[in-house]
Write a protein that binds this ligand. Structure first.
Ligand SMILES: Nc1ncnc2c1ncn2[C@@H]1O[C@H](COP(=O)(O)OP(=O)(O)OP(=O)(O)O)[C@@H](O)[C@H]1O
Ligand SMILES: [Mg+2]
Length: 367
């Protein structure tokens, strides 16, 4: 960023333009002035000010219109309106249009200097926030690239070699060597799964999900989710039962990511349940929402842990008891549900089971 802040003043009174320029003379600012709105707007594009003062009452294009156009062009430019006929209502209207502050005429040099200082401080903070956001984004992208190239690829090669080694050596291995090799394979598979989950956490982009929204039907998505989970459930002797109450409204959503969010929650219900038990998925309409609840009668979550479970990246006590647990599944699901403008809550009792409830705004028309 240039070290010299740029200030633009738009006012039809020459005396105001001259006195403002004089007041700021000697400060390390670049100053431009315009006697009316159209020229002022032209300068906004050419000069690209950090801070702009605009008179509300000018012949031709009004100060409010100038404000609207400036904010459309660049909402980060800090704008201050000069109110000649000290009416509160016009200043309020300008603030509603996004003006940062207002300066009633007549003003003293000190008042003008003070408001300039505050306006530029605001601009500095805004630019800093934008830069930090960009930095975070770059960091996220670089981290994803490092994780996938530097970790996932070599681990993939290692996994491949282990499988090859196993097929060649198996007949000559002792039982304990076989056991060792099996452990190695499991640990490598687990690490690869962890990296894939991490990459998925990094790649969940709420705006991208929203871009692919179409009307979708929750019961159909539940069928897709439960079909993909079936092998898990069978392996653990758990029955997944779905109950649909009445005709369910469609929702606006992205099918792929919504199924993913459901799968993570239902997989948890299976993972943290006892063999031979049931997982119940209930769907119903509730006013203008579709509500999905996923209940299990498993190990449950303690009251101390409960508030942290939906906070992201949390691997609870029940998770720590299981190797294949990374505390990432719910982080992904929560982001996907947020992208669908929905909410998720959880109730649980240790030793008795857990219920997750998802609520998504319904599309008005029934299907
Ligand atoms: N149905 C459930 N019953 C009991 N505990 C649960 C349940 N669902 C989630 N938890 C707790 O919440 C924690 C976070 O769940 P989350 O799905 O994010 O991670 P995880 O299951 O540990 O690992 P993964 O990233 O593989 O999904 C778990 O570690 C577990 O302690
Ligand atoms: Mg999980």
């Amino acid at each position: 960023m240039s070290s010299r802040y740029k200030i633009l003043i738009i006012d039809d009174e020459e005396v105001v333009l001259d006195s403002c320029t004089q007041i700021l003379e000697g400060s390390n600012y670049e100053i431009a002035t315009a006697p009316e709105g159209t020229q002022g707007l032209h300068l906004v594009h050419e000069f690209q000010p950090d801070l702009m003062f605009v008179d509300l009452k000018m012949p031709g294009i009004s100060g409010i219109e100038v404000l609207q156009k400036v904010h459309e062009f660049d909402p980060t430019i800090v704008t201050v309106v000069i109110t000649g006929y000290a009416t509160v209502s016009s200043a309020v209207e300008a603030m509603k249009q996004g003006a940062y502050d207002f300066l009633p005429k007549p003003f003293t040099p000190d008042e003008f200097r003070l408001i300039t200082k505050r306006g530029l401080e605001r601009r500095r903070l805004t630019l800093e926030t934008i830069a930090l956001r960009r930095e975070k984004e770059i960091l996220r992208e670089n981290f994803a690239a490092i994780v996938s190239h530097e970790l996932k690829s070599p681990l993939g090669a290692l996994q491949q070699s282990l499988y090859l080694l196993e097929s060649e050596l198996l007949p000559n291995l002792t039982e304990s060597q076989k056991h060792l090799l099996e452990r190695m394979k499991i640990r490598v598979d687990d690490l690869i799964k962890l990296i894939i989950s991490w990459l998925r956490v990094l790649s969940v982009d709420i705006n991208k999900i929203r871009e692919s929204f179409v009307p979708i039907s929750i019961p159909e998505l539940i069928t897709k989710a439960t079909e993909s989970i079936d092998p898990h459930a069978v392996r653990k002797d758990i029955e997944v039962v779905t109950s649909i109450e009445g005709t369910i409204h469609q929702i606006e959503g992205d099918e792929g990511s919504f199924v993913e969010a459901l799968v993570n929650i239902v997989v948890n219900a299976i993972k943290y349940s006892y063999p031979g038990s049931k997982v119940l998925i209930k769907v119903k309409n509730d006013d203008t929402f579709v509500e999905i609840s996923i209940s299990d009668t498993g190990v449950g979550i303690s009251t101390q842990e409960l508030p942290r479970v939906l906070g992201g990246f949390y691997r609870g006590e029940s998770g720590q008891a299981i190797e294949d647990s990374h505390g990432l599944g719910l982080t992904i699901s929560c982001r996907i549900i947020e992208a669908h403008n929905g909410t998720i809550s959880v109730e649980s009792e240790i030793g008795r089971g857990t219920t997750f409830v998802i609520r998504i705004p319904a599309l008005a028309k029934k299907v």
